[in-house]
Design a protein around this ligand. Sequence first.
Ligand SMILES: Nc1ncnc2c1ncn2[C@@H]1O[C@H](COP(=O)(O)OP(=O)(O)OP(=O)(O)O)[C@@H](O)[C@H]1O
Ligand SMILES: [Mg+2]
Length: 223
Amino acid sequence: MNENPIVELRGVGKSFKGCSVLKDVKFSIFRGESISICGASGVGKTTLLNIISLLEQPDSGNIFWNGEMVLNRRAKDIRSLRSAMFGFVFQNHNLIHELNVIENVLLPLKVRGKISKNDTNFANSLLKAAGIEGKKDETIDVLSGGERQRIALARSLVNKPSVILADEPTGNLDEDNANRALHLMMDICKLNNSSLLLITHNQQLAKLTDKTFFLSSGGLSPQ
Ligand SMILES: Nc1ncnc2c1ncn2[C@@H]1O[C@H](COP(=O)(O)OP(=O)(O)OP(=O)(O)O)[C@@H](O)[C@H]1O
Ligand SMILES: [Mg+2]
């Protein structure tokens, strides 16, 4: 591919308490591609995802979003660029318990402005595709772990982001639902020409993405 990457990491390093987690990482995400990252627990996968979206600062290196160096931008600018560009599925869902299902799904749009009828229709179609349209008015507390994960999935897609960062999005799902969830993400990414970065321990799911990397000893190697 000759086009510029949507996200590029150059020489990124990160340590915690003197312990090096990422070392001189070079990594690019191009528009529309799906990438999976595998690696042992504690190796730095979530840290890498957090650094890509600048939820966490690297100790060294540079980060580019749409070709623009973002590390030196003001926090306010980074927040607004981030919310337009990324959709998140966190390892622990991060759903808001005070809001019901559909309100949780619409949250990334709400923080950016008014919700339109089209937004609500799109959110409902995502819940339908995720097989949980019947639960849209429920509170989060009464839902199962897998249902929460599917809501988090719908929420990550609602702002039609350029890049979806998904941290073990299928970890709590049985095989059928894990497959279904990943296909849902990949289908919607294709529709929006969005990219998907998936962290997974599931080798079968990892094989479904365009590229697979393995993270170990602070570095990414293609599989
Ligand atoms: N804020 C922090 N302060 C100190 N240490 C941290 C911090 N965040 C992560 N670490 C450490 O960095 C290492 C990598 O953590 P990370 O969460 O990125 O791993 P992971 O690959 O996502 O693991 P898992 O598969 O279990 O989710 C771990 O040893 C963790 O304890
Ligand atoms: Mg993790």
